[in-house]
Design a protein around this ligand. Structure first.
Ligand SMILES: [Zn+2]
Ligand SMILES: [Zn+2]
Length: 224
């Protein structure tokens, strides 16, 4: 089986799931938590994963993911978490000391040990890249296209802009689907806003969660 076949079948599954959150965001989160779960479940026999985490430390976002993974898997427990975190913390103490030494001896600045930062960010970026490309390619297949049109899922702003960075034959179709999905969401929010009017007697339905779907879709506008 070719690598592209794997991505294609994963894309079809992602789009068919009834989850509303962006399929690329979901697959990225799953890749990160899955890797971390595997690493922490077999920590003592997993020197390589330990070294990777220890080497770059954890960014804020993935520190939170670390907590979630430990809490959601009862077989990991505080022992593995503490072993891993004390290694990281010990390493960071060395980094703090090195920093202090360097600032005292400004002129003798020795180049610090190079690190590529949070390893989980790297997993996230690689997965994101693979799936943005995957969607770009497989949206040309009618089955994937129709599946996305019919599903409740909305590709978020960030991944929409990444998909559109390189125009393809389906860019126009993609923009029009995004427009109708986002307009439908806006209609639901209008309904929610109107029903909150004190004169409204209508009960609130599915639109009650529209603001959550909106926050999952919104991204940051580029400053450039
Ligand atoms: Zn996304
Ligand atoms: Zn990170």
């Amino acid at each position: 089986m070719k690598a592209t076949d794997v991505v294609e079948s994963e894309i079809i599954t992602l789009v068919k799931q009834s989850e509303e959150r962006c399929p690329i965001c979901r697959v990225v989160d799953k890749a990160v938590s899955g890797w971390l779960d595997g690493a922490l479940s077999d920590l003592l026999h997993n020197e390589e994963a330990r070294a990777k985490l220890n080497n770059g430390g954890l960014c804020r976002k993935h520190s939170e993911v670390f907590v979630e993974v430990v809490k959601s898997n009862s077989s990991i427990g505080p022992l593995s978490a503490s072993i891993m975190l004390s290694e990281i913390l010990r390493n960071q103490l060395i980094a703090i000391k090195a920093k202090e030494k360097r600032s005292r001896l400004e002129r003798l600045r020795a180049p610090g040990k190079k690190t590529e930062g949070c390893y989980l960010c790297r997993i996230a970026l690689e997965t994101e890249y693979r799936f943005v490309n995957g969607f770009r390619v497989f949206f040309s297949r009618p089955e994937v296209k129709h599946s996305y049109e019919r599903s409740e899922t909305i590709i978020c702003f960030d991944h929409t802009t990444q998909l559109l960075e390189r125009p393809t034959d389906v860019s126009e179709w993609f923009v029009s689907v995004q427009r109708s999905k986002i307009s439908a969401l806006l209609d639901e929010m209008d309904l929610l806003i109107n029903k909150h009017d004190y004169r409204s007697k209508e009960s609130i339905g599915k639109e009650s969660s529209s603001w959550v779907r909106a926050i999952q879709t919104i991204g940051e506008l580029s400053r450039h």
